[in-house]
Design a protein around this ligand. Structure first.
Ligand SMILES: [Zn+2]
Length: 335
């Protein structure tokens, strides 16, 4: 009897230890929102940060997919919803999502400059739900209040960091090849971009930052530093395919939140293939824009009939795994 009791106690201790060790990872779910953005991040302390909420419409497709990821992660609330910018593929899903799960704190850059009917309608719907929670409008260089991580704002509402983030700030020789860059007059160059640091692991997500604002944080000095994992800016469109950016970030792994025909331009693929330091490129969709796709086992959806995501789990020592939810296969990137 005694031996059996000890067995039960030991098993309970082993389970608790396994949970504690599982809880020490930083987990990402790159949700397929068909060429928009929605990334669910759950921290080792159990806090949740959702970056963008995909599209509205489509019978609630994107909020439904986000809720699947939310349930997988065992969440009952989204602690932080960070909206990179006020375009339909990034903020459209927020109102419907807020009817499915409480959102505690909204992080964004205030309001859009685009004034077309569509933009105004999107923003009005979003700001109505934002009014129900706490709200943060950060400045460049601000650190987001997530425990155990350094989440530093690189760009927000058109303003940029002027001092390097920790470990960054070296000259970027690749800037020599840079042509003249301008900002377009959309919300893209106003994207709220950030770098997330967990121990030695670095992740960079700049939303759809593009043009002069994108290059200004990497040239002439690299103010952002390196990335282990880089979510390719603006879905891999050709306007953000700038070799000096890729050279500065020097990512081990790049991930594209492209759609079947959205983003994922031919020249971005070429550039990603040519960057010798990139170990792998993962895609949410096989692109019909090019023959330059990466191997199928690195692609979550081979056509538009499925909505698989890609999961990343990072450890404090900088090692991480990437899992293709379609194949169930996991690849490990050891430090
Ligand atoms: Zn976008």
């Amino acid at each position: 009897m005694k031996a059996r009791l000890w067995g039960v106690v030991l098993m309970a201790l082993a389970t608790a230890a396994m949970r504690a060790s599982a809880a020490r990872t930083l987990d990402f779910d790159f949700i397929d929102v068909e060429g928009g953005q929605s990334t669910l991040i759950v921290t080792p302390a159990g806090q949740s940060l959702l970056v963008d909420s995909g599209y509205g419409g489509f019978d609630g497709r994107d909020p439904d997919r986000i809720m699947t990821a939310v349930h997988d992660a065992g969440l009952t609330q989204i602690d932080f919803l960070l909206t990179t910018h006020f375009h339909g593929d990034h903020v459209g899903g927020a109102p419907a999502l807020s009817r499915r799960i409480p959102i505690h704190t909204f992080i964004d850059y205030g309001e859009p400059i685009e004034n077309g009917n569509g933009a105004r309608r999107l923003y009005d719907a979003y700001s109505a739900v934002r009014a129900n929670g706490r709200s943060i409008q950060p400045k460049p260089g601000d650190r987001m209040p997530l425990k155990g991580l350094e989440v530093d704002v690189v760009s927000v509402g058109g303003s940029l960091i002027t001092k390097p983030l920790s470990g960054a700030g070296t000259a970027n020789p690749a800037c020599a090849t840079l042509g003249k860059k301008e900002n377009d007059e959309t919300e893209n160059p106003r994207s709220l971009g950030f770098r997330l640091k967990f121990g030695r692991f670095l992740f960079v997500d700049l939303g759809d930052l593009s043009g002069l604002n994108l290059v200004s944080v990497f040239c002439p000095a690299n103010l952002v530093g390196h990335a282990d994992l880089y979510l390719v800016t603006h879905h891999g469109n050709s306007d953000t395919n700038i070799p000096a950016v890729l050279a500065a970030l020097h990512p081990r792994v790049a991930l594209l939140n492209n759609g079947v025909t959205k983003g994922g331009s031919y020249d971005t693929f070429r550039e990603l293939h040519q960057a010798a330091w990139i170990e792998d490129v993962w895609q949410l969709h096989k692109s019909q824009n090019t023959e330059e796709n990466f191997p199928d086992d690195r692609i979550a959806n081979l056509d538009d009939s499925t909505g698989y995501g890609i999961k990343v789990s990072a450890s404090e020592n900088g090692s991480f795994t990437v899992t293709n939810n379609r194949t169930g296969e996991t690849k490990r990137y050891a430090r």
